[in-house]
Design a protein around this ligand. Sequence first.
Ligand SMILES: C[S@@+](CC[C@H](N)C(=O)[O-])C[C@H]1O[C@@H](n2cnc3c(N)ncnc32)[C@H](O)[C@@H]1O
Length: 214
Amino acid sequence: MNLKHLFSKKEGARLTPELRARIQASFDHAAADEEHFPSTIDPRIYHVKLIREHLGELRGRRVLDVGCGKGRFARIFREQEPEAEIWGLDISEEMLRHVPEGIRTRAGSMTELPFEDAFFDGAYATESLEHAVEIDRAISEICRVVKPGGRIAIIDKNAEQWGRLETPEWEKWFTRRELERLLQRHCSEVTSRFISYWEDVEPDGLFLAWLAVK
Ligand SMILES: C[S@@+](CC[C@H](N)C(=O)[O-])C[C@H]1O[C@@H](n2cnc3c(N)ncnc32)[C@H](O)[C@@H]1O
């Protein structure tokens, strides 16, 4: 394994304006690629189910999808609970164009969230934190905008599996302990587990879910 790609080895990396513009341009371009960046996801997939279970009751609650892309997760939660107030935040305005009506969108970076403290009842991020570059800052921001007692779910890839997929040079994957430690700075309860797309299929070690209560 090439250790330089592990999160701990990239801890000092900075999201400079140049790098931010490059990441944004890359995802603006990727938005046209519906095959690799789909607008929908099968609601039976375990990632969806686990986030929903962790967030709990959504009716009347305000929830943020961090790095929402085309809003494939937000779309399902909104369909499941039309009385939830779902927001999607993404660095790419081209991605946000695909987010369905009824979901509030905001363009911006998760390292500098354009929301006041404790604005949300819960937040989740699926395969987006890996692109944030300043991971500790993104985690503080996500935790800052969630109310005390609110729920946070992060699904991302396991650093120990680095090399399994092609990745842009800014991408980072995480070990369980790395993200647990960052979340523990702001949250009272933090757990992590391996997951697969299907609940009855043994996880192969690629995907991890971190679940926290602020
Ligand atoms: C692999 S896609 C995942 C999208 C969505 N979460 C999903 O599961 O369908 C990663 C997303 O993160 C967004 N992103 C990358 N860096 C970001 C940042 N600093 N702040 C907010 N969004 C970011 C990208 O524009 C892209 O839409």
